[in-house]
Design a protein around this ligand. Structure first.
Ligand SMILES: [Zn+2]
Length: 246
């Protein structure tokens, strides 16, 4: 499994990073986890055409995780007309709004037979025999659904925390991080800082831990955490274009 971090910033515009988007390749099969803009261009930059996609998994419907879908859908209507993949969004009205907007913009019926937009629910949402994606609710108690996503492929297991509650006030760090061995945990660093996250990171059973989804002014703070020697596993702060092969 090859994981390319296309965008590692949080919602704040950055000159050196794009918002959340991660490309996962398993052999010839290509998947996205979150689809912040300009995800379609970024796929090309890192060697894959959008019509290679099998599925797109979004953790929640905030713009910095889904706004690249407008471009991706547009490209897959006008350029990559054979593209055929499943897209998992987390809120039905927003999923519908995306399809309606594209249809209205281009005066056509949204091609829902080949760009198949679904509303994800808790549990296994996708399993093509190569990759399995399991949605795990986080920050669920105050409004729209947010999910962590567990990806299993190639005998490896990766947990993406998605966006958790502010300062983990819902105590929603995904329990699976403590309960099972993972090869990699990718943790957001936008809603809680290290004082809050530390006891949870200490409990994680993983081979590697990586921060993404953070503001540019946090580079030094993250470098100090990375160099602290405090954890039983390697820890890193991701940058756009970083690749992790498992
Ligand atoms: Zn976010």
């Amino acid at each position: 499994m090859k994981i390319t971090f296309l965008g590692t910033a949080d919602v704040r515009p950055r000159v050196d990073a794009y918002v959340s988007a991660t490309m996962i390749e398993v052999g010839d099969r290509v998947y996205l986890l979150d689809a912040g803009a300009p995800v379609s261009d970024l796929m090309l930059r890192y060697g894959r055409r959008p019509d290679a996609l099998c599925a797109v998994f979004t953790t929640h419907a905030h713009n910095d995780h889904v706004d690249g879908l407008f471009q991706l859908f547009s490209h897959c209507i006008h350029v990559y007309s054979k593209a055929s993949y499943d897209v998992y969004m987390t809120e039905a009205p927003i999923a519908q709004a995306f399809c309606d907007c594209i249809g209205t913009l281009y005066h056509l019926e949204f091609p829902k037979d080949r760009l198949r937009v679904h509303v994800a629910k808790e549990g296994v949402v996708y399993d093509d025999g190569v990759l399995r994606a399991t949605y795990i609710p986080v920050a669920y108690h105050e409004g729209p659904p947010h999910f962590a996503i567990l990806i299993e492929a190639d005998g490896k297991c990766v947990l993406f925390t998605g966006d958790m509650s502010q300062n983990l006030k819902d105590d929603d760090f995904p329990r699976v991080a403590y309960e099972r061995e993972t090869d990699l945990i990718v943790c957001e660093y936008a809603h809680s800082l290290i004082d809050v996250l530390d006891p949870h990171i200490q409990r994680c059973r993983t081979k590697t831990f990586a921060f993404n989804h953070y503001a540019g002014y946090r580079h030094e703070e993250l470098a100090a955490i990375v160099n602290s020697g405090r954890y039983a596993f390697p820890i890193r702060a991701l940058r756009d274009g970083d690749v992790i092969e498992l």
